[in-house]
Design a protein around this ligand. Sequence first.
Ligand code: ADE
Length: 228
Amino acid sequence: MKIFVVTAFPGLLSGPLAESIIRLAQESGIVQIELVDLRDFTTDKHRQVDDYPYGGGPGMILKPEPFFRAVEAIEKKGKLVNPRVLQMTPQGKRFNQGLAKEFSRLDNLIFLCGHYKGVDERVLEHLVTDELSIGDYVLTGGELAAAVIIDAVVRLLPGAIGDVDSALSDSFENNRLDCPHYTRPEEYRGMKVPEVLLSGHHARIEEWRLNKALEKTKAVRADLLNNE
Ligand code: ADE
């Protein structure tokens, strides 16, 4: 998979993409991630990416031209035809594990990161295929949202995480949250690991895990149980 991220603040993403599983996935060639500086696609000497909103009001709006030029340059360079272009915005569809799986099957993804008050609507109407939000809160920009989505997608790519079964037991698989987990020591400051996990009885352990997962889901995310 090849991922391009168009942003006026590449430094916000370089850290998260250079650690742990996402770093290893890049080093082993499972994914290539390229940060594309929006300012490289401006034409004025101040490399200005934003301007005042027509009609007045507070906040600055990201101009359309640098986004169109950046995406055209990416398409040309990567020989991409009709790639998915994902705009990070609080007005977008809520990202979830189902979308992470869908994106993990694609060869290319282009992320566009907004900042300030937002992005010129013509970008959303004519360039973007998916408007995505990572939750009902407002971030200073789309960069951290893009990092979240890239992380969720890349860990699903074949070979990215060593243990395939680990992804299959994740939260949101089968519309429920993951069960609790324990490791050594067996007892810590009087807090004991549940007996059943030490029993070696696989059927009982599975039953316990399922019950705990359902209990947790019912308590904090009952909405998931109604999802098909
Ligand atoms: N940009 C600002 N807030 C955001 C959010 N919640 N999700 C995605 N992009 C954003």
